[in-house]
Design a protein around this ligand. Structure first.
Ligand SMILES: Cc1cc2nc3c(=O)[nH]c(=O)nc-3n(C[C@H](O)[C@H](O)[C@H](O)COP(=O)(O)O)c2cc1C
Length: 189
């Protein structure tokens, strides 16, 4: 697959076939992330592959967060259902990799390191797509909580979690949607 085909055909994947992505595939894919452009060669990205124990701990926490989204009128049964659904959703992701980046410079350096890490994440998504592997870049409360930083060994004072990649072999590929280029590009005299 050439790069233009990968860029156009890659889609965020929400539903995966069961079974984790093999370690050697993950290593190839994340190695591609390391070739992203990065100013001053800070190589600010950090990839943390969740082991089963860590995944279980986060699944419990994720399920609580989901339960917390219940409306005030929801009864205990409805709250428990949300909790269970949250647990099933999180544990249905075959492989989870957290992506963090350094944030230990001044404001400009931190922005540039964040931008570089985003470039790395797109490299990773494209390299994965080329291998037939799909991903969802996911953000939200679980990626921001102090407990998650502690569990994953990410230094909250000097690093930032950009998100989790939920990874696996796609079970469903949704149809893409984008504005035409003319709506987002302009040319100055
Ligand atoms: C910074 C960032 C955060 C994202 N967070 C979420 C998320 O929390 N939940 C989600 O469903 N998708 C998330 N996505 C994926 C986008 O929703 C997805 O890229 C978008 O719908 C376009 O679909 P496509 O990737 O198939 O083109 C995120 C993407 C980016 C770049």
């Amino acid at each position: 697959m050439d790069v233009i085909e990968a860029i156009h055909s890659r889609r965020t994947i929400f539903k995966f076939k069961p079974g984790p992505v093999p370690k050697e595939v993950l290593e190839r894919v994340f190695e591609a992330g390391c070739w992203a452009p990065n100013h001053h060669l800070t190589e600010p990205w950090r990839f943390i592959v969740l082991g089963e124990e860590t995944k279980e701990t986060l699944a419990q926490r994720y399920s609580e967060i989901q339960m917390g989204k219940a409306s005030e009128r929801a009864d205990e049964e409805a709250r428990q259902k949300l909790k269970e659904a949250g647990y099933i959703k999180f544990t249905s992701k075959p492989t989870i990799v957290a992506v963090a980046c350094r944030q230990d410079g001044d404001e400009v350096r931190n922005r540039e390191d964040y931008a570089s890490a985003c470039c790395a994440m797109q490299n990773v998504q494209l390299a994965a797509w080329d291998e037939g592997v799909g991903m969802q870049w996911s953000t939200g409360p679980i990626t921001l909580e102090a407990g998650t930083y502690e569990l994953l060994g990410v230094d909250q004072d000097n690093e930032y979690i950009l998100g989790f990649f939920y990874i696996g072999y796609p079970n469903e590929i949704l149809t893409p949607r984008r504005k035409p280029l003319s709506e987002v590009m302009r040319w100055t005299p």
